[in-house]
Design a protein around this ligand. Structure first.
Ligand code: GLP
Length: 260
């Protein structure tokens, strides 16, 4: 794992944007795996700015989002569909027909999940998968106890995850109980994983993901088995890492050709 620690989320998000932009520039038909939540907001803002000011071209891109709430229409203000259009898709030139988000209103969940997996394969697989992390260590919506080789499927949210998004649904009672999410096996198939985490609230999940054992109880820890995972953290999210000084030293001494 490559661990990049930045002073704050603003600088971390700039590094993350450079990593995604490199893929977009180097591979004009790249496949992007996208995440929602507060964490990637600044990354998306940077990508929008790079599109506007530097001509970063998304015309050949295909995207797959990690997850969506079950039973929530795409137009609902707290759906992940709405989030993605509000923060990214309305502001860049990614073709609408190549944007993929799980269908939370499907009447045939197993078929929709199989179709999603098939669509990722047909697109050639994900080149870079953006990830946040839940305070309980989930990635996508793979809650603790998720199979490390799981594929896209329906999951039941933990109470902790429901509480985390309660405000967006007018209180806990309004939060959907189920989601469709890429599995950990799906995420592990991405050629590169880029996990962002900011703030003290994420420090324990980050430490367990990077330095703890690989366990289904900390779904993010499966990334230890991924050959190209980059974590971009702010100081607070890195604050419980035992080897933080070493990771910082490694980053400072990277050869130029490896820099972002
Ligand atoms: C949700 C999303 C995850 C995200 C996590 C953290 O559970 N499904 O993809 O990483 O929230 O959210 P935030 O970035 O708002 O802390």
């Amino acid at each position: 794992m490559e661990i990049i620690i930045q002073p704050d989320s603003r600088q971390a998000s700039l590094v993350a944007a450079r990593i995604v932009a490199r893929t977009v520039r180097e591979k004009p038909l790249a496949v992007l795996g996208l995440a929602t939540g507060n964490t990637p907001l600044q990354l998306y803002r940077n990508l929008v700015r790079m599109h506007r000011d530097e001509g970063l071209d998304f015309a050949g891109m295909t995207s797959f989002n990690l997850d969506e709430y079950v039973g929530i229409p795409p137009a609902h203000p707290s759906s992940f569909h709405s989030y993605m259009w509000a923060h990214l898709f309305s502001h860049i030139n990614m073709p609408k027909e190549r944007i993929n988000i799980p269908d939370g209103l499907t009447t045939d969940v197993p078929a929709a999940c199989r179709k999603y997996e098939q669509a990722i394969r047909s697109a050639g697989g994900i080149d870079v998968q953006v990830l946040g992390i839940g305070s309980n260590g989930h990635i996508g919506f793979n809650e603790p106890s998720s199979s490390l080789s799981s594929r896209t499927r329906i999951k039941t949210l933990t109470e902790e995850s429901r509480l985390d998004v309660a405000a967006a649904f007018g209180g806990e009672e309004g939060v959907p109980t189920h989601v469709l999410t890429m599995g950990l096996g799906t995420i592990m198939d991405a050629r590169k994983c880029l996990l962002l985490a900011f703030g003290k609230k994420k420090a324990r999940a980050v430490a367990r993901t990077v330095e703890g054992p690989v366990t289904a109880m900390v779904p993010g820890s499966v990334l230890q088995l991924h050959p190209r995972t980059i974590l971009v953290l702010d100081k607070d999210a890195a604050s419980e890492l035992e080897m933080a000084d070493y990771y910082a030293w490694v980053h400072e001494h990277k050869p130029d050709w490896q820099k972002y």
